[in-house]
Design a protein around this ligand. Sequence first.
Ligand SMILES: [Zn+2]
Ligand SMILES: [Zn+2]
Length: 186
Amino acid sequence: MAADCFWCKSGITGSVPFPVGNLNEAIGCCVKCQVFSCGHHAIRNTAKQEFKCYKCLVITLISTALVDSTLTSEEKKVLQTFDRELTDLTKTTNETKYGTYEEFELSTPELRDWFPVIRDIEIDWLQWPTNQGRILSKLPDDKLMFLKAAAYILSEIEGADGVTEIESPFRYTLLQSIQVKANSIW
Ligand SMILES: [Zn+2]
Ligand SMILES: [Zn+2]
């Protein structure tokens, strides 16, 4: 008998655009958080042979945007005071991150329909606290792409209100501040 998907059981109803298998039928165990997940809520990185749930993928994308970036340690501290989650995410670790945004796109074909939409996303920095917005808006474009991808995956799979301000001020504000151009789906 197949194992259940942790995310389906948690009431998550969104899905990646090209899922493998059926909802609620776990096809693997997330390499990072170890939950069993169906192919609607996790993807396999074809380059790194890693099966990762959407939530951990989002965390990896945020971390890729912030680690090894042009941010100074002072600026990282300002981000960490905003959201404690970023204390770990702004540290360099052995965890697998993406070298380039193209690498992310090429290794996650299950998301391919979303890439043109993500490329058209704008972030409204006025939605952010002044200091954090100022720091993040200076990130190079390729780093910002990872933040846009993280926000879009969250909004498609969990919905626009999926993250609470208490759970993660950073992810919450990111989700509120992305503007998807209406015509980009065409
Ligand atoms: Zn699922
Ligand atoms: Zn996971």
